[in-house]
Design a protein. Structure first.
Length: 365
C-alpha cells in the first residue's frame, strides 16, 4: 500500500501530525523503533499508578488555543508543579521564592531577600561572567548557588560549573512572593488517565507499527510514501556525515514501595553532587493517587553516546554550528520534513511541540 506520509516517531509531534493529516484525508503510516507509542510522554500503569517512564511531564502553556486543543483528547486535572530541593538535611521550595529565602536566611520580607541577594552579588564582584559558576554568582549570590544550583547542575551536565558556558543559564527566575508554582503559565495540569491515552486518541484511524527501525524499513520499502515526516535525530538521518551532535541522556531506576506515600511530593531534587541521582519522582502525586502502594523513580543524568537514548540537546556553540550545517541539508530536501525535539535539535516544552506540529501542518497546506 502506498501512503501519503510516513511519520517516523509516535511521540507527541508525530501523533499531532498524524491526527491533523488524517483529518485532511491523508493516508499516514506511523512507525516507531520503541515497543510503544507516545515517545517520551509514555506512561505505563504499575500498581494502578500512571508512571511517567521517561521522567516527569507536566503540561503547561499560556496559549489558550493549545490548551483547548489538548483538552479534546483528555481531561486535565489541577496539578501544580511545586518541586522541592533537598540539600544535606535542609529542604527548600522551588522555584527560588520567599519560602526558599525565608528558610535559607531566616527572613520574612521581600526587601530583606533583595538586600541579601544584592549583598552577595556585590561580594562576588563579577561583571563579565566567563562561566556558569560566575554567571550564577552574579545573579543570585553564593548561598543559592552553592546549595541549590552547583551540585544539581554538575550532575545534569557531567561537568564542573566552571567548565560550563555562562549562557546555559541566561537568567535564574527569582520571585519575591511566597509562591511555589514552578511555572508562570496560565494553564497547567496532568491528563487524567496519563499521557499514553492522549497519543492513542490522536492516532485513532492511523496505521501504527512499533518495534520498527526507520533505516531498515526504508531500505526494504523505499517508495512506501510520497513524503516523510522525521522526528528522530537529524544527524543520524544523515549517517553522522558531518559529525555527531551531542546530547545528554537520562536513566531511571524505578521501584514499587510497600507504603502509600514515600516523599509527599511528586518531584524532589537532590542538589548535593555526592548523591548520584538528580531527583526522585513519586508518580502517584501527579494524579493525587490514594493507592496502597507507591512507585518512585530515581533519575540519573549521563553523557550520551551513539546508541543510547538521547534526551536533551547540548545547545552550545559547537553543536549549534553543526546543527546549522545539518539544517542546510534538511532545507534542501523536497520530500522530508524534520520536526520534534530530535529532528529540530531543540529542547521543547510540550506545548511548543504541539504548536510546531500544527504550524508544520499549516505549511503543508
Amino acid at each position: 500500500m502506498k501512503y501519503d506520509y510516513l511519520i517516523v516517531g509516535a511521540g507527541l509531534y508525530g501523533a499531532v501530525m498524524a491526527h491533523e493529516l488524517h483529518k485532511r484525508g491523508k493516508r499516514c503510516l506511523v512507525i516507531d523503533r520503541r515497543d510503544h507509542i507516545a515517545g517520551n510522554i509514555y506512561c505505563e500503569e504499575i500498581e494502578g499508578i500512571h508512571v511517567h517512564k521517561y521522567g516527569a511531564h507536566i503540561f503547561h502553556t499560556s496559549n489558550r488555543q493549545i490548551w483547548e486543543y489538548m483538552n479534546q483528547f483528555a481531561e486535565f486535572n489541577h496539578y501544580v508543579n511545586s518541586p522541592v530541593a533537598v540539600y544535606k538535611d535542609e529542604l527548600y521550595n522551588l522555584p527560588f521564592n520567599m519560602n526558599t529565602f525565608s528558610k535559607m536566611w531566616g527572613i520574612r520580607t521581600p526587601w530583606e531577600a533583595k538586600e541579601m541577594i544584592a549583598k552577595q552579588v556585590q561580594e562576588a564582584g563579577i561583571t563579565d561572567p566567563k562561566n556558569l559558576e560566575e554567571q550564577c554568582l552574579s545573579l543570585v549570590g553564593r548561598d543559592v548557588f552553592e546549595k541549590l544550583v552547583k551540585g544539581y547542575t554538575e550532575k545534569q551536565w557531567g561537568r564542573d560549573c566552571r567548565e560550563l558556558p555562562a549562557f546555559i543559564i541566561r537568567r535564574l527566575p527569582v520571585r519575591f512572593t511566597y509562591d511555589n508554582n514552578y511555572f508562570n503559565d496560565r494553564y497547567q495540569g496532568i491528563p487524567i488517565g496519563g499521557y499514553t491515552a492522549i497519543a492513542e486518541r490522536m492516532l485513532e484511524g492511523t496505521e501504527v507499527r512499533t518495534n520498527t527501525d526507520y533505516f531498515a524499513f526504508r531500505k526494504e520499502n523505499p517508495d512506501i510514501a510520497d513524503q516523510t515526516i522525521f522526528t528522530g535525530m537529524i544527524d543520524e538521518y544523515y549517517g553522522y556525515r558531518l559529525g555527531a551532535l551531542e546530547y545528554r541522556s537520562v536513566r531511571f531506576e524505578t521501584e514499587v514501595l510497600d507504603c502509600d506515600n514515600y516523599q509527599g511530593n511528586a518531584v524532589v531534587n537532590y542538589t548535593e553532587k555526592e548523591i548520584p541521582y538528580t531527583r526522585i519522582i513519586e508518580h502517584k502525586h501527579f494524579e493525587f493517587g490514594t493507592q496502597e502502594k507507591t512507585v518512585i523513580s530515581r533519575e540519573y543524568s549521563s553523557e550520551w553516546k551513539v546508541g543510547m537514548e538521547p534526551y536533551y540537546p547540548v545547545n552550545d556553540e559547537r553543536n549549534s554550528r553543526l546543527y546549522a550545517e545539518y539544517r542546510k541539508l534538511a532545507d534542501a530536501e523536497n520530500n522530508v520534513i524534520f520536526g520534534g525535539r530530535l529532528g529540530s535539535y531543540r529542547y521543547y516544552d510540550m506545548d511548543k511541540v504541539v504548536e510546531a506540529a500544527l504550524q508544520a501542518v499549516r505549511e503543508i497546506g
